[in-house]
Design a protein around this ligand. Structure first.
Ligand SMILES: Cc1cc2nc3c(=O)[nH]c(=O)nc-3n(C[C@H](O)[C@H](O)[C@H](O)COP(=O)(O)O)c2cc1C
Length: 161
């Protein structure tokens, strides 16, 4: 399947191989290209975690909710913005679709973001600005195994009029 939107699926088991610098750049470009409520760019920011020290500290803090991936996208938004969660979600999807295009696995993880919200020291050490709330974590890496495509063509109720 060549359509990255249709080929994307949740991956929760990762090899430890690091991503290349070019791959990380592509993921960041995809994040930057995401829709942005009323063009208010300062509502949203992201931390890309690649270092082993920080990855280990992060997984410990969130009780392994990021599945041991070799790279994490932590997307945070201004606490008082009506666009925050929406911006974070569309940006996460951009990152996941781009990861798929690059042959990488990913998953949208809300639980890790919620756990991180309870660790202000780690939030500060990640460089997330004061007043911003972690909303989504997107672990990215090479999947340990190929997951067979499942048919999601009937997932949601869709009306055509
Ligand atoms: C709002 C939201 C929250 C999610 N939170 C988690 C999570 O905390 N942990 C997790 O493993 N997957 C999480 N997921 C991924 C979903 O479980 C996954 O997308 C769903 O099972 C459908 O599978 P698919 O993405 O392969 O189509 C979340 C997805 C969304 C959209």
């Amino acid at each position: 399947m060549t359509d990255s939107v249709l080929a994307r699926h949740a991956v929760r088991s990762f090899k430890q191989d690091k991503l290349t610098s070019e791959e990380v750049d592509q993921l960041i470009s995809a994040f930057q290209a995401a829709p942005c409520g009323m063009g208010q760019a300062d509502v949203t920011q992201a931390v890309v975690i690649e270092s082993d020290d920080m990855l280990q500290r992060f997984e410990k803090s969130v009780n392994d909710a990021a599945y041991g991936a070799p790279l994490l996208f932590v997307i945070a938004t201004k606490a008082d913005s009506q666009f925050g969660e929406r911006n974070a979600s569309v940006a996460a999807e951009n990152v996941m679709v781009e990861a798929t295009r690059l042959g990488l696995g990913s998953v949208y993880v809300m639980s890790a973001a919620m756990a991180l919200q309870k660790d202000p020291d780690l939030i500060a050490d990640l460089g997330i600005d004061d007043g911003y709330t972690p909303q989504v974590v997107v672990p990215v890496g090479h999947a340990t195994e190929e997951i067979a495509a499942n048919d999601r063509s009937d997932r949601y109720k869709v009306m055509r009029r």
